[in-house]
Design a protein around this ligand. Structure first.
Ligand code: GLU
Length: 284
């Protein structure tokens, strides 16, 4: 079904929720529980839920005795290898009271742009969802580093939503909604709705943010929203703390309308050019 507004999110048959590193690691590791409770509630309402979670590097850092995010790629990959299984363990423990089983899916954006791995990934995801398992997706960091460098899985989440024909994508962040300028700057106004074709080039979303645990920021959210909406997937950007309200269709966050005439359906590879970074308009 087409989810044309945030209020329709509870009616979605299939939904992808993406959470970033800083929301579920370090001092926020305790926020895995409320996140999982919101996902379990949606699962209990009959929605098929896929979680795209970053946080492997950030979760692995203490095990490598790293106080800060490593700057070199090899150590980032090592931290991700150590942190990924701890992260999945934490999710599974949080899901246990709800009798929900998690399935780990490690993908690269490249996998989803090539026919054979794309079709393999789609078949596996379909079976997992058919078995009422909750797939938890991350970038396969030992072989791919796009999301480490640009975007903390925002783009991967959009490609996954496209792959499985999700009805909606919820991108969780640390701010309630997107703003016309960085929210600490004077004149920043909240953006509540982005219609297809709206010109966003006048807004200053900033560049890719690299903080102590992950990467991302408003620019990669907008870029990911552009990919997802082009395939007919409506996108909500809001705060991780508001995930339950988001999944209940409350009037929060920034909603991106799905494209009325989508391309790149779940049935085949993406045919439209897919921007890697820095999208500034939703027009095609
Ligand atoms: N796949 C990486 C992770 O889960 C990406 C996020 C990042 O940039 O730290 O840690």
């Amino acid at each position: 079904m087409t989810i044309s507004s945030r209020a329709d999110i509870p009616a979605a048959r299939r939904i992808v929720v993406k959470v970033g590193s800083s929301s579920i690691s370090g001092e926020n590791a305790g926020k895995i529980q409320p996140l999982v409770e919101a996902l379990a509630a949606a699962h209990g309402r009959g929605t098929e839920v896929v979680l795209v979670s970053s946080g492997a590097i950030a979760t692995g850092m203490p095990y490598l005795r790293l106080a800060e995010r490593p700057s070199d790629l090899a150590t980032q990959q090592a931290a991700a290898a150590v942190g990924q299984n701890v992260l999945i363990y934490r999710y599974q423990e949080a899901l246990r009271p709800f009798a929900i089983v998690a399935g780990q899916v490690l993908l690269t954006a490249g996998d989803l742009e090539n026919a054979t791995p794309r079709s393999n990934a789609r078949r596996a995801m379909e079976r997992l969802l058919g078995l009422r398992i909750l797939p938890i997706v991350n970038e396969n960091d030992t072989v791919a580093t796009h999301e480490i460098r640009f975007g903390d899985n925002d783009r991967l989440a959009a490609l996954v939503a496209q792959l499985i024909g999700a009805d909606a994508l919820v991108l969780l962040s640390d701010i309630e909604c997107l703003y016309t300028r960085p929210p600490d700057e004077p004149g920043a106004e909240p953006i509540r709705r982005v219609r297809h074709g709206d010109d966003l080039s006048r807004y200053a979303f900033g560049s890719v943010v690299v903080n102590s645990v992950g990467t991302g920021g408003a620019a990669t959210k907008v870029s990911a929203a552009r990919v997802a909406t082009a395939s007919g997937v409506g996108v909500l950007v809001t705060s991780a703390d508001l995930v339950d309200a988001a999944l209940r269709g409350e009037d929060i966050g920034t909603w991106f309308d799905p494209h009325p005439d989508p391309v790149g359906t779940a049935a085949g590879p993406v045919t439209a050019p897919v921007p890697r970074t820095g999208a500034d308009t939703l027009g095609r």
